[in-house]
Design a protein. Structure first.
Length: 368
């Protein structure tokens, strides 16, 4: 018998994005972590129809352009018979891995997840800012509980006026890897980042140019994996101005298999972000034993202070370059940072995350 939870997966779209992978990881380990069958899910099929299902067979293809628009703008529930399906499922609690509440259900407890507030601080467009500014507060305020994936996100939510008593911090978890990397197989510097302003890719380019000035015979490349965006042309112009043509690999989002190969063929992972809710690629690198270097921002200091080198954002990449050079010149330091990351990642497992969410939902059921 399923637990009395209903997972709201209406916003789910099959894509190599953090939110999609968050859902996929959660469903993959839920039964093993909690000892219970997968809960019923309300989700959108490729043909635009909504369904109730209790498996992890999520859609493998994108829906229509209209449905993608509705998903992006949290409007799917206004186009499909949500209340009828929720009534059929008869849950005690609705849980959404997204910041999307189902409206018109005042007698049901609902838990939503806030991954970050980046669109309010570093929006990809004016429309993205106003979409978040206008609809986000209502979803947050009407939720019974809001899961924040870090203390930093929780603090931002309080600053936005959400009561602290409504927020619970449940950090993202990572799946433990059996065979972590023991030694580097190349000098490639890896960055996983879509081409958006908050990812601060110009600092990665400048830092790599600084590294080549310190180490003219550096054998590796800067490998940037991520989807194109509004700033892509500016990034390529900066690449040329810094005389990095041929030293930077620009790769699109990769399959899981190709990404695994990339992890294992890299020297280190860097994150130059201006703002993050968690920065999951750091955990993915650490659990594989790949050393990590990250910008000195609140969430990195919260979750990775002991597990990564932190570098300054305002020195044109000098500290980033210096830290990479130190790793290259000292194999013991590389190994130390690798081990520190492993320890950090093993304390933030996907099983722990799933159990914490399950415990929260169960507590709300008992209070029904």
């Amino acid at each position: 018998m399923n637990a009395p939870f209903l997972f709201n997966l209406l916003p789910y779209r099959p894509a190599a994005t953090g939110l999609s992978r968050y859902c996929e990881r959660l469903l993959a380990v839920w039964s093993m972590a909690t000892g219970e069958a997968l809960p019923m899910q309300i989700r959108l099929r490729v043909d635009g129809q909504v369904e109730l299902a209790a498996d992890n067979q999520l859609p493998q293809e994108q829906g229509s352009r209209l449905m993608r628009f509705l998903q992006t703008n949290a409007m799917v529930q206004h186009a499909v018979p949500v209340r009828r399906l929720v009534s059929a499922a008869d849950p005690a609690v609705i849980y959404s891995p997204y910041t999307d509440l189902l409206f018109g259900l005042p007698n049901l407890s609902q838990v939503i997840t806030c991954h970050d507030l980046t669109p309010l601080y570093f929006p990809s467009s004016r429309r993205a800012y106003w979409r978040s500014r206008l609809w986000l507060p209502r979803h947050l305020q009407d939720a019974t509980r809001v899961i924040a994936i870090s203390r930093h996100v929780a603090d931002l939510l309080v600053n936005e006026g959400l009561p602290a008593s409504q927020i619970i911090v449940i950090p993202n978890g990572v799946e433990v890897v059996a065979d972590p990397i023991q030694t580097p197989s190349s000098r490639d510097v890896l960055l996983l980042a879509r081409h958006s302003r908050n990812k601060n890719i110009p600092l990665a380019l400048r830092g790599f140019a600084q590294l080549l000035a310190l180490e003219p015979h550096w054998e590796g490349s800067l490998v940037i994996v991520g989807g194109r965006g509004r700033v892509t042309s500016q990034l390529r112009q900066l690449e040329r101005r810094l005389d990095l043509t041929g030293r930077v690999q620009w790769l699109p989002n990769l399959t899981d298999e190709d990404l695994e190969r990339q992890w294992r063929s890299s020297f280190c992972l860097i994150s130059t972000s201006l703002m993050e809710g968690c920065d999951y690629p750091l955990l993915e690198a650490q659990v594989r034993g790949l050393p990590t270097l990250a910008s000195r921002i609140p969430v990195h200091e919260e979750l990775h202070k002991e597990a990564a080198f932190l570098f300054d954002l305002d020195d044109d990449g000098v500290s980033l370059a210096t830290q990479i050079q130190q790793l290259a010149r000292d194999s013991c330091l590389w190994k130390h940072l690798s081990q520190a990351g492993l320890i950090n990642a093993q304390q933030l497992t996907l099983q722990q995350q799933s159990c914490s969410i399950h415990q929260l939902l169960s507590s709300l059921c008992s209070n029904r």
